[in-house]
Design a protein around this ligand. Sequence first.
Ligand code: ACK
Length: 273
Amino acid sequence: MSSTVPFPGVKTYVDPDTYEDPTQAVHEFTKEIDPPRIRIERVIGAGEFGEVCSGRLRTPGKKEIAVAIKTLKGGYVEHQRRDFLREASIMGQFDHPNIIRLEGVVTKSRPVMIVVEYMENGSLDSFLRQHDGHFTVIQLVGMLRGIASGMKYLSDMGYIHRDLAARNTLVNSNLVCKVSDFGLSRVLEDDPEAAYTTTGGKIPIRWTAPEAIAYRKFSSASDAWSYGIVMWEVMSYGERPYWEMSNQDVSIMQNFSWMTKNMYIYLFLLKRF
Ligand code: ACK
């Protein structure tokens, strides 16, 4: 749990925002890549800050590897650059097979880039929807086991994710799932699922624990709630949690006992089919 004093000898996460100069955190936790080592091949998506591309990274004395390259589009202002690179300063502190690996950053020339390992099957939610019914329960549980292992590591490091969801998890060619999308409050700003709550925060209601929705009590325990929602997403091959119920109905339902909850879901499904 993040609220407990970390074990001696266990590395803990350092919030880049605690640095007076955030570029210092970037220096400390990331490696600068010489741009000629990167070969951009094609655009694979759009991020909040610019295009996401696939490509190759050469490292002297090592095999060339496939990478994803996030770029910061031109015309940015300083705080956008800082927010963009915050994710790299966070990712750079982690080293775990179920956490997306940061290869390095380009900050000394334009465009500014974040280079991470390439995940052939893209995000978990769309991957599952495209392969509905194709896996054994053992395979599905294997994916969940990986995510659990990554989340346990983050919790041990004292890092709270706040936006764990299948859409923020990536899948590689061996079906290994890795937790992605780091960046604290920025993550929630960026998430299309996040909606404004009565307390003014922007939160992905369906994935978030009731105490985090009600009074923003985010913790490793609220991450574990989100993990429960991810379990449901995975076993249902990417169905939308609580189907098309409104955010308001979801919040009301979360405060019910499990019996009432089951009844509520049952009535909802009766109406639906
Ligand atoms: O679902 P997707 O194919 O997986 O579409 C999104 C898109 O970029 C915008 O975020 C994909 N993406 C992000 N990071 C990676 C990565 N490390 N490897 C492969 N695809 C990625 C994501």
